[in-house]
Write a protein that binds this ligand. Structure first.
Ligand code: PLP
Length: 454
């Protein structure tokens, strides 16, 4: 702080000279501050000028047990002194083995095989390729298409972006992408008025059935984000959709890919969102919270049935050929194991239930706000839908960037909120306290007041 060369301003200037940041129109930084963070502690981030920010979004939904969590940091340091990395073809190591055992143990029954990759999008690529390749190995090379939900987000590499339906990310690159069949999302917000979330789910399953009747013969899999479509605006839906989807996938012989990259590891109230529908998908993609927010790592879990379709003499040419240099990185696996150990040692889900209740109570008054069309919550994810007109639910035009005003208000008041367009949401680390939730909500409400006035 005393050294001006390491102040916020100095670091921001150097950053903007060479760096190109994700999900950013860099020109914005002519007016929006770049915030250099020097350390983290619990739910807090500290910048180079010593200002603190409460991380209301778990640093892009990754952090579970606090920044620089000492227990996870110690495990990482020990692993770094032992084995930092080794090729994962032909070679293996205890952290990868133990993590696979633990993932098989805690995920829904029947997911017995683990394939590692190094980020969420890569896990989606793996699941899509594996599903296609399974059908090919079974003599069904005509299955080349996928079904995704409207409003879905599965990442931004070309394959993952192909099965995503958020225009902001997809539109520009559409000419490069596969074209999935889109099934209407069971999103409750888009439901018909007077309809319960369960009724919306049922109606949407009917529409999916129609799509499958027409296209199942050419379809490899249906891919969904269980319970919450996160990047699409924290849109939520009833678990019965997942139960119905499981039966439809069985009936029409297509795979069920559950993308739990954002909702896995306790976010929705259960360890995995699929548990709330009591189903086992054919593929489950995990990342983000998997390492407690420390390191990039992803895992695709699948069934013995699928694994066996690839298992043959080398000459049969059935092997799954997909690799990343850092597949099964020991540091990341070790950190993931420590993260899962915290789930075993501490009453995480129970504590989250209390925190989620507190958050719900604090958000309740916003329902009456003239510019709030919806307040919704699933476990440790809560969202507020801002609109220009409450009665008609007419949204604010995107170019008014109301959410950005909430973001800037948050920064000025020591809170990191990063609305998705007109959706202000909370996805705090699980170590947040009730008092910190109060700060998050109070700051968001004040920010919303500023954002909705001209
Ligand atoms: C973040 C996310 C991804 C992509 O993960 P990356 O690690 O950012 O590539 C995929 N699916 C969902 C549901 C996500 O939230």
């Amino acid at each position: 702080m005393s050294n001006p060369a390491s102040s916020n301003a100095a670091l921001a200037t150097r950053d903007l000279k060479h760096l190109w940041h994700p999900c950013t129109q860099m020109h914005d930084h002519e007016s929006v501050p770049m915030v250099p963070i020097v350390r983290g502690e619990g739910a807090w981030l500290v910048d180079a000028d010593g200002r603190r920010y409460l991380d209301g979004i778990s640093s892009w939904w990754t952090n579970l047990f606090g920044h620089a969590n000492p227990r996870i940091a110690a495990a990482l340091a020990e692993q770094a002194r032992t084995l930092e990395h080794v090729i994962f073809a032909g070679f293996t190591h205890a952290p990868a083995i133990e993590l696979a055992e633990e993932l098989v143990r805690i995920t829904p029954p029947g997911l017995d095989r683990v394939f590692y990759a190094d980020n969420g999008s890569a896990a989606i690529e793996v699941a899509l390729k594996m599903s296609f390749h399974y059908w090919l190995n079974q003599g069904h090379g005509e299955k080349t298409r996928f079904i995704a939900l409207s409003g879905s987000y599965h990442g931004e590499t070309l394959g993952a972006l192909s099965v995503s339906d958020v225009a902001l990310y997809r539109k520009t690159y559409a000419p490069l992408l596969l074209t999935p069949f889109l099934a209407p999302s069971p999103d409750t917000y888009e439901g018909e008025s007077g309809e319960s979330s369960e009724q919306t789910a049922k109606r949407r399953l009917g529409e999916l059935r129609t799509l499958l009747e027409r296209h199942a013969h050419e379809t490899c899999a249906v891919i969904v984000e269980p319970l919450v479509q996160c990047a699409g605006g924290m849109r939520m839906y009833h678990p019965s959709y997942l139960t119905g989807l499981r039966s439809l996938c069985d009936e029409f012989a297509v795979h069920f890919i559950a993308d739990e990259i954002a909702v896995g590891f306790g976010r929705t109230g259960s360890l995995f969102a699929c548990e709330q529908a009591d189903i086992t998908p054919d593929f489950m993609c995990l990342s983000k919270g998997l390492t407690g927010g420390f390191l990039p790592l992803s895992a695709v879990l699948t069934t013995t049935t699928i694994y066996e379709a690839f298992y043959a003499e080398y000459s049969a040419g059935k092997a799954f050929l997909h690799s990343h240099s850092y597949t099964g990185n020991p540091l990341a696996c070790r950190v993931a194991l420590e993260t899962l150990a915290i789930f075993r040692d501490e009453p995480v889900l129970e504590r989250n239930r209390q925190l989620a209740l507190h958050l719900a109570r604090r958000l309740e008054p916003l329902r009456d706000h003239p510019h709030v069309a919806d307040v919704r919550q699933t476990g440790m994810i809560a969202a507020i839908e801002l609109v220009a007109d409450k009665a008609s639910r007419r949204p604010f035009p995107a170019d008014e960037r109301r959410g950005l005003r909430v973001y800037l208000h948050g920064l000025q008041h020591g809170v990191l909120l990063r609305p998705l367009g007109n959706v202000v949401y909370f996805m705090p680390p699980y170590v947040v306290t009730a008092a910190e939730i109060d700060l998050l909500v109070d700051t968001a409400i004040a920010g919303i007041e500023r954002a909705v006035t001209r």
